[in-house]
Ligand binder design. Structure first.
Ligand SMILES: [Zn+2]
Length: 389
């Protein structure tokens, strides 16, 4: 294993117990961080990289993405921007395109999107199923997702499959039975869309319980389209994360604050559906742990860029630049119950992003501009410095 000294760091945002460090250096040893501190004190290493005064942050952790799908829905987006409302039903058009796609077509699409994620600084990402909705298509999606990440989520309960439109109970039986058996070996998490047009509280509980019995840990799509029971179900079931949290009341916020459940905010979805943003300030001020994620999917949030989500969170959700960066790094790690990613500390995985900027404030201050200079993932450079590309 070779060690690398990354030096000349103008500002290091650790997102750990160590405060931000000026004139810092980090030593990577193999795939781990071996040393963090002031540049002058750094120990010797096999290789040395000087980042010329740039800011360095942990790799982003994107804890919510739907990357296994066929087709795209730009026409639906254009229609929505000219006044048509968003509903969960649009998912079904992606289901048809996903079922029709070959394994290789799906795999190539995931590959392209994960390259986008990495190039925009995300070094850990979750991938959900949910566009197959048959036993065969859901397990295929998870097998493909597993080739790219260990953070795979079984979302057979995205919407009721079209074949079961008149028999939602029969579909819940499938999702908690044969489909679960086929999917559980390829998944770490079980998820359910508990919202209008998808699944109600009792169905969501049954789906999460079945998944937990099969060894999967729960997470929930909650309170995106309207106020409903999703957040309470997530807290009650001990979910790692309640995702969206766009329509929450005081009871939901109190329940989240008293729980180990992270509120994962997905501003790309509100941006792309022109919907009101979640009240991040109210959640943060109540002591709720927040994650920011892309929700990358072809219907309601077709972005792989956490820098974009940070810019929106700062500009339109009134999060400070520091809060938004924290939510996109260590917040995402908490939403995936991971302690080895999302922060720069000794022993953590060597996931670093070098920004072509003196301060991470530039992530929100320069919206739409690619300021990712270099990305290190598990100790390896996975996006080369801009001047070497
Ligand atoms: Zn989602």
């Amino acid at each position: 294993m070779t060690s690398t000294l990354i030096t000349g760091i103008g500002l290091l945002s650790t997102q750990s117990e160590i405060d931000d460090v000026r004139d810092a250096a980090v030593v990577l040893d193999g795939d781990r961080i071996a040393w963090v501190g002031i540049g002058n004190d750094a120990p010797a290493a096999d290789d040395r990289v000087d980042v010329g005064g740039r800011a360095v942050i942990p790799g982003f952790v994107d804890s919510h993405a739907h990357l296994v799908f066929g087709g795209e829905r730009s026409a639906e987006f254009a229609a929505r921007m000219s006044g048509q409302p968003y509903s969960a039903g649009g998912i079904r058009s992606t289901v048809a395109a996903t079922r029709a796609a070959s394994d290789d077509e799906l795999r190539q699409n995931v590959h392209r999107l994960t390259r986008e994620l990495i190039n925009s600084g995300s070094t850990t990402f979750e991938i959900k199923s949910g566009y197959g909705l048959t036993t065969q298509d859901e397990s295929r999606a998870l097998r493909i997702a597993r080739e790219f990440t260990p953070e795979t989520t079984y979302l057979g309960a995205h919407v009721v499959a079209p074949e079961y439109a008149d028999d939602p109970t029969g579909y819940v039986d499938l999702v908690t039975g044969e489909m679960l058996d086929a999917c559980a070996p390829h998944a770490r998490w079980v998820d359910v869309f508990c919202d209008r047009g998808a699944f109600d509280a009792d169905q969501a509980r049954a789906i999460l319980r079945a998944g937990m019995s099969a060894g999967l840990a729960p997470r929930v799509h909650a309170n995106q389209l309207q106020h409903g029971p999703g957040v309470q179900v997530a807290v009650e079931m001990g979910a790692a994360s309640a995702d969206h949290c766009t329509h929450v009341d005081d009871g939901d916020i109190a329940a989240l604050a008293d729980s180990g459940t992270v509120a994962t905010l997905l501003p790309g979805a509100e941006f792309s559906t022109r919907s009101p943003y979640p009240d991040a300030r109210r959640l943060i001020d109540a002591g709720v742990t927040i994650a920011l994620a892309t929700d990358c999917n072809p219907g309601s949030s077709f972005t792989t860029s956490l820098p974009f989500c940070i810019a929106v969170a700062v500009r339109d959700m009134h999060m400070t630049p520091t809060e938004a960066l924290t939510a996109a790094t260590v917040g995402g790690a908490k939403a995936l119950r991971r302690n080895d990613v999302g922060s720069i500390k000794v022993g953590a995985r060597a996931d670093l992003v070098v920004l072509d900027a003196p301060d991470p404030i530039h992530l929100a201050y320069r919206p739409g501009v690619d300021i990712i200079h270099q990305v290190w993932r598990a100790g390896a450079p996975v996006r080369r410095a801009a001047d070497e590309r």
